[in-house]
Ligand binder design. Sequence first.
Ligand code: ADP
Ligand code: MG
Length: 332
Amino acid sequence: MTDKPAGRSGEFALIERFFAPLAVALPGAFGLKDDAAALGPSEGMEFVLTTDTIVEGVHYRGSESPGSVAAKLLRVSLSDLAAKGARPLAYMLNLALPKTVDDAWLEAFAAGLAADQRTYEIALAGGDTVSTSGPTVLTLTAIGEAPVGRMLRRNAARPGDILFVSGTVGDGALGLLAADGRLPAAPGFDSSALVRRYEWPEPRVGLGPLLIGGAHAAMDVSDGLIGDLEHIAAASGVAADVHCAAAPLSDAAAAAVALDPTLMTVVLTGGDDYEILFTAPPEARSAVMRASDESGVKVSEIGEIREGEGVRVLDADGRPLDLPQTGYRHGR
Ligand code: ADP
Ligand code: MG
């Protein structure tokens, strides 16, 4: 970083003040005072790596609280690790900052990271900081570990598997609509829980590692339940049926759908769920339920894997549905 914007510390001061405290729990980060960090997996484990970039004005508005931007940046990567059955270890943080980002913003951003580091037991290993004349660009690379060769894959679903999803679906996509003022208003309907879920996803870090051994295929639901299920079906060379009525909805999502039943399409195809979609054979059902109990994360059976290809969404009578609003068609 060369020229130092007004209201912001120089690069070294900024790292020392805001980021070095986030690296204290990781001895191999050397207090962010060296060129690189050193890290090894635990015995019998291997690294699982994932990275995400968000751009102001594209992936977030810029008017959000810096703490919620930090939380979302970290949590979407933690959700990827969870879906792969990996336990979080460390993360790298690359920041391209315009002059408008000052120390106050960075302080609140770092405080958001600090809070989540405690919740999810992860620490900062390093990163890079540059100035830009464009919008803020934030990249986070998360490093986790899973037993060697056992990372949960998208391509391992088998005919006869049960299809499961963690938590609830639709809250994030409905929350985005609510934040834009595009959900129906009605007395007694409170959309604040949906907006909160959109801004503060809840990665299922406790559940994911417990699915290794029981689950066949797994993936993070970030682009919408049905679209992401199509990825599992395609990668595994199988077909999937989803029972619309079995989709787990939060109270707020159920209230929104009751006001406008067409919102069910948003629930099934909207994004930002950050739940784990996974398959397991019927004999692993009790192991899956134990993993759910142990992690305190609800798990619901929402369908089955069959021979064939594509995804069908079935109504309460088992009839295939088209989901027209978003262009999703069964058998597409
Ligand atoms: P380089 O000259 O190799 O780019 P830097 O001076 O940028 O090195 O970085 C010095 C140290 O500070 C390194 O340990 C690096 O990982 C760390 N660092 C720089 N920026 C960040 C950041 N945004 N978050 C965490 N660590 C950072
Ligand atoms: Mg640098």
